[in-house]
Write a protein that binds this ligand. Structure first.
Ligand code: ASP
Length: 330
């Protein structure tokens, strides 16, 4: 935790450092404070996408403040959103594909670079926990569809109907108006992506979603794709994505964010560069939203998105709050 004494000593160290070290030896986008103190924010912390992140953070924070592991915090945190039947974009209650079938994607990464994911999973409420088991119990990273379901059932998960009355009604209304094409805009996607840093300074991340509402049957988005919807490198930091997954997939967005941080960008700057990459490479990017959220090893956090409207929940220093992300299209 940064206190006044540390801040002042940091400023002092930074001042002397600036006299001693040639500027080009210090990455310009890292503050001198972080260069010397090695810590810009306090740990533990948890950060997650959208307003539903506030509730999910509460559960993650409880684990973190009792010296729990970041990995447990992110899994348990996003399970809150997966279990929320009123939430139309994650787990049970998620909006179905254009055929009226709820299919779920999720991924998880730990501090050792291990990763697990499931995609196109049906009838299992907690895909994040199946993803964790894929990571811990198989030699693989990703299981899809029938195979993922079979694995989940073999490991004690139960099948249940994920299509709630509310989601079914929304789908039926959509069918009348929407010419049987999937619509993807900023109103009908809201993945929860979560990153945590625990007391030891270890970083883990999780991402779970029902994907783009009314997508083609069989469509898989960015969320279960390691590097696109989630990436963690415990030496550097982590990133998660939300929004139109195809944009993050085409640019391997979360891996890119972490690589920008590796090169010295702050989390916000790294997210901004990854959004700018989308803008530079994908002509129709203005039709879609993408939000990136990141944390670095110094416990700094930041986000950036294409259009106004993306927000995220940060729980740090015992305060859980919602923050509006900065955006490209002003
Ligand atoms: N990124 C998710 C997807 O494209 C959607 C979302 O963020 O809500 O599947």
């Amino acid at each position: 935790m940064i206190n006044r004494r540390k801040f002042i000593s940091g400023v002092g160290l930074s001042y002397f450092a600036s006299l001693l070290i040639p500027f080009n030896k210090i990455n310009a986008s890292n503050s001198l404070n972080s260069f010397f103190l090695g810590e810009d924010g306090s740990k533990p912390l948890v950060i997650s996408t959208w307003k539903h992140g506030l509730e999910a953070n509460e559960v993650a924070w409880k684990i973190l403040k009792d010296n729990g592991k970041a990995l447990d915090a992110v899994e348990q945190g996003v399970r809150v959103t997966e279990a929320d039947e009123d939430n139309l974009s994650v787990g049970i209650g998620g909006l179905p594909d254009r055929d009226g079938i709820v299919t779920l994607d999720a991924s998880i990464m730990d501090e050792n670079g291990n990763a697990g994911s499931v995609c196109f999973l049906q009838n299992v409420k907690h895909p994040i926990s199946v993803a964790r088991l894929v990571m811990e119990k198989t030699p693989h990273v990703m299981l899809a569809g029938e195979g993922a379901l079979q694995f989940a059932l073999e490991n004690g998960f139960e099948e249940e109907n994920l299509l709630t009355e509310k989601a079914k009604k929304a789908w039926e209304e959509w069918k009348i108006k929407s010419k049987y094409e999937p619509i993807i805009n900023s109103e009908n996607h809201d993945t929860i992506g979560m990153l945590a840093v625990d007391d030891k300074g270890d970083i883990a991340g999780a991402c779970t979603t029902s994907g783009a509402a009314f997508k083609f049957h069989g469509r898989v988005g960015d969320s279960p794709i390691i590097g696109a919807g989630l990436f963690v490198d415990n030496e550097i930091g982590g990133a998660v994505a939300t929004g139109m997954g195809e944009l993050a997939m085409k640019t391997l967005g979360c891996f890119l964010v972490v690589e920008f941080m590796r090169n010295g960008k702050s989390p916000k700057e790294a997210c901004k560069e990854a959004v700018k990459r989308i803008a530079a490479k994908l002509k129709d990017y203005k039709n879609f939203q993408i939000g990136y959220l990141a944390v670095n090893k110094n416990c700094e956090t930041g986000a950036y998105c294409i259009h106004k409207g993306f927000n995220y929940a940060l729980y740090q220093d015992s305060i859980n709050r919602l923050i509006d992300a900065d955006y490209l299209e002003k």
